[in-house]
Design a protein around this ligand. Sequence first.
Ligand SMILES: [Zn+2]
Ligand SMILES: [Zn+2]
Length: 893
Amino acid sequence: MRSVLPILVALLAVLALPPAALAAPTIVVNLGKYPSAQRAGTDEANVRWGDADPTDDTLCTEAFAALEAQRALRKMTGARNAFAIVDDRAAPAGDLILVGGLKSNALSARFAGALGVSQAELEKLGPEGYRIRSRDVGGRRSTLVAGGGRVGTLYGVYDFLHRLGVRWYAPGELHEEIPPRSLAYLPRFDVTESPRFLTRGFHAWENRGDPEFLLWMARNRLNYWCVEQEPKPLLHKLGIMLVGGGHILTQYYLGPNNPYPYDHPAFTGDEGKPRDPYPTSAEFRGDANGDGTLSYFEAHPEWYALIQGQRSSHIVGDGGDNFCTSNRDAMAEWMKNAVADLVEGRYKDAGLMNAWMLDAGRWCECAECRALGTPTDRNLLFVHEYAKAIKQAQAEGRLHRPVRLLFLAYADVLEPPTRPLPPDFDPETCIATYFPITRCYVHRFDDPHCSRNAAYVRHLYGWARDPERHYQGQICIGEYYNVSGYRCLPACFMSTMATDIPYYYARGARHFHYMHCTTKNWGNKALTNWQMARQLWDPGVNCEALWQDYFSGRYGPAAHPMRRFYESLEQMLGNVTELKYGLAGRLQSGAKELFPTTHLRYERTTYPKDDGPDLLEILEASRRCRQILDDVLRRRLPERVRQRVAEDERGFTYGERTLAFYDALARAYLRQREGKEAEARQAFREASKLAGLLKADTTSALHSSSHASAPDALAASYASGALTVLSSLLGPLEPEQVKAWDPARGPLTLTGKEFEGGGATRFGYVLHRYPEREKISDQGNYVYGQGSGLDRIHAWFRLEKRPEGEMALVLVGIKCPQPAGGEVLGEVRVNDTLVFSGSVPFAERDLTRHEVAVPAQALKEGVNRIEVRNTQPGGQVGNRPWFGIDRVELSAR
Ligand SMILES: [Zn+2]
Ligand SMILES: [Zn+2]
């Protein structure tokens, strides 16, 4: 009998609350010591996130959830003072919205019995799951929004608002859709939700998201972003996991040139450092570079990869040769530094780490390493060590939070493991991330008609489904909806996503992110992000219903044509991998075969397999998109819809011009090869005009990661160099504007600015003296080493008639060999005649003149061409070996 009494008291108390007339519900949340929800829900900077006591964390997030509910409901109803938020110790009259679970909200606990919700049931839903449950008790309606944890409560509030019609299609208020509605009496809810994909979001590593973007993520129940983002308390409040790591870790933890942190017994000068825990190696050679300090590599060459019999110190940033993972001391030192970084270093806020070795790095060839198996086998052992080191730090009380590890199934470690994993390998901590980079988006992932994707399907099967497989753990999918090469093109993946995401889920994937989400100015990319968020929460969601929601919600009266716009856009840019990773480079270099794959021909062709939209079909889709947009923008539309379409139009224009540019370049090449000079020149002229428009577009490719952004749309096209190749093939675009030279009337000067190609296409016309980087010319043009893609420049001049005698050609320039004091090889051609070949006779510090004789036979009446090439191998844009041309002077000899 004694146990019934409190329940009876509680029930009476519930019933004793006075019923209210038709007034807006009151929002009830635990405010703790705070005077208001505003203060409690925005005080994240003073919350101790991630310590052992979650009370303050919960209070902050749930008070914020109440604020979010209040803001949206007020906007929806126009009742600016309604939906008061009160503390859970108050006893408000009327209808209630109870925010928070039974543990955090006293009124939720009091109403739980009447609402039929228990704490155990909430906790079973996991930290991100929630219940939304309404009941009429004593003439008033109470709606409980309660999560298994604080984030579940926040998501519950967002879902509650979603069910009332609230949408956040993209960051920023313009993209918020809150339908006007009277809510004197809330509808009834009985919702139980938890996410199907546990990790949902975007791969990133830079502090590039603004609060609007982060808020958009939370409002769409996404939880994966990077630890480099500030302010971190906001991310904690919003339930966004902070992810660290990447290929850079080895550089941090075992960088060959990093100072050796111990007192090495065979080296003097480091006696102040801690005792060296590692034995001295037989390979120790002391301070090999004689700089007075000992680096990691100098202290322990045997820790590094054995490549062709030599220990390799080649680790530069993300790339190079992986350390010798069979060396226990090297592994121990790596782990020691990694744990310190998690405890108190750059990753002290990270809950997940990308536990990656070097990007497509080489693996050690020593006998002990080879005995450990393939690179994948060794990589799994490395991840296993990392997980063990984390567990040990947790057991020692140094690390107070769980940290999970995402390791790669990609490039050098794409093949599944070939041998059993250690028996204590922890599948909860270690998660494989499968990256199908440069997959095809014309075809869905598992389309048997696509051989490009078939290879990826095979690998995924090996990791995730093969009954004989050794790896039985979790799978994360790393998608590429804006891989760096796409450079923020306005692509659309709606139908491939509709089948791919459920497919990944069926293959066992429970984690998903993509590279490289833009953080602003989404335009039509909003659908990719919004659809992804909905599908990751529930891969069984009906995408047709999602699309109807998106198009009617975002575009109102223009829903129908805008849907056709997106569908046409998917046809226009579905072949984006072929366009950006194939065609652009071939146009850039003037490849002999511009359309070698059946996925992308120029004219419309069909194949039973590996068929994709060809360039002419792509352009047709582009024209269809343009027509739809122009029609829509001519209509009378609600202002916010008009602005959304205008944003889409700006992004689309970038894609439209990029494709038109490719087409004009392709036609110029094709006609030139057919001998149709006039048509080729006409196409070249078009391409040149489009290049000007692309160059002026400095905003379309801006808001992604440093990998996927570009200063302007021309640089983003990957094909700007095609203009130089074409000009070289077809002659100057405006032959009548080519400078005429009359040898009888004195010399002619062509400045670096009159030369096409070279570094100027990237860096403008300028020359510097290095290493000071002192400017010595503002009309010069850099010519980088062979293979750099910017290894030649050319210019034109006109002759009324061929001169009788030789011409003197004076080159004025500077060189920058690798290493200094070395040489840079070059060639000069006049028309088809080689007039110079060899070591370029410029000085390294100052502009120097060098005269070359040009025989009369090399010249012709009309337009003549001078080409200067850098033929020094090992060329890299922006790097030695280069030479610069300030000007060329022509005179009679
Ligand atoms: Zn080794
Ligand atoms: Zn394909």
